[in-house]
Design a protein around this ligand. Sequence first.
Ligand SMILES: C[S@@+](CC[C@H](N)C(=O)[O-])C[C@H]1O[C@@H](n2cnc3c(N)ncnc32)[C@H](O)[C@@H]1O
Length: 309
Amino acid sequence: MQKTKHIPVLLDEVLESLNVQPGETVVDATLGGGGHFEAMINSISQAKEKTVFIGVDRDKKAIERFKENSKTLSSLKTSKNIEIYLINSNFAELESILMNLKISKVNKILADLGTSQDQLEDEEKGSSIKGESNLDMRMDENSQVSAADLLNGLTEKELVKLFNELADMQGISRRFVKRIIQERAKKPILTTKDLKKLIYQAVPLSTSSRTKSLEARVFQALRIAVNQELYALTRFLPQAFDALSFKGRLAVISFHSGEDRIVKNFFREKVKAGKAREIDKLIEPKELEIAANSRSSSAKMRVLEKTSS
Ligand SMILES: C[S@@+](CC[C@H](N)C(=O)[O-])C[C@H]1O[C@@H](n2cnc3c(N)ncnc32)[C@H](O)[C@@H]1O
């Protein structure tokens, strides 16, 4: 398998705010290309006490790619003090993942939400607006519903709701969904090219940056719906908070306003209840990072520290 092409976002900020120490137990709930995971491991390479790193991803390919290519992993084979577990699972199952590993408390947890560059470039998945491929978008190959299933199977009302809520398309979603309904009555919508054509026909401004970002938002909305990403996040946050030890930290990086809202509200609730404090309200990439990696431009990181046991 090819090496990862994913560039970890807010890397220095993650290392600084999680500040992993020897002897801790650390969960990276979204391993992806493993950039954050490796950097956290390397930040404590001289561990005298047993330090545990758990990398989770619902995409089997991400786990396999990391096992095959990680230099950190192969160089650690001889180190007795660092234990690494790689788990192919949904982070919404964090509690049972930890239970299976017989781990009751965790010091640091990272979730870097959304999709990796490797998934975007995987032509079988059709998650990217570039190129032409089947409208699949499933991160987990065992899940049943693809993007094409949603486009061809949801009712008009359900599709309007999906694009209003997840693609911020109020005002144009009805027109766009009407085109979908007309088109699928003739033949199923199966490829990324079909979908891009429909977006263009509903909002014919193909050269403007507005339509480009509209395409990106439509693709992102479908991917979020296919993978039930907001639901997974809602399930993950309380399990992650429960698993944290006193002074343990949870960092979440999001790329979508719906995700960030869920994280923000959850963190506020914990702070209001006197159970946690927020470390810096909102951390965003600096201009230099955005210039080097445009994908980072929409990243928002929030970090919570548990102040109760
Ligand atoms: C933005 S990438 C993470 C990149 C990673 N931090 C790095 O440095 O390479 C997001 C990853 O999270 C995974 N993912 C998304 N939702 C997930 C979920 N509910 N459970 C487990 N993994 C998930 C995706 O499959 C993807 O590989």
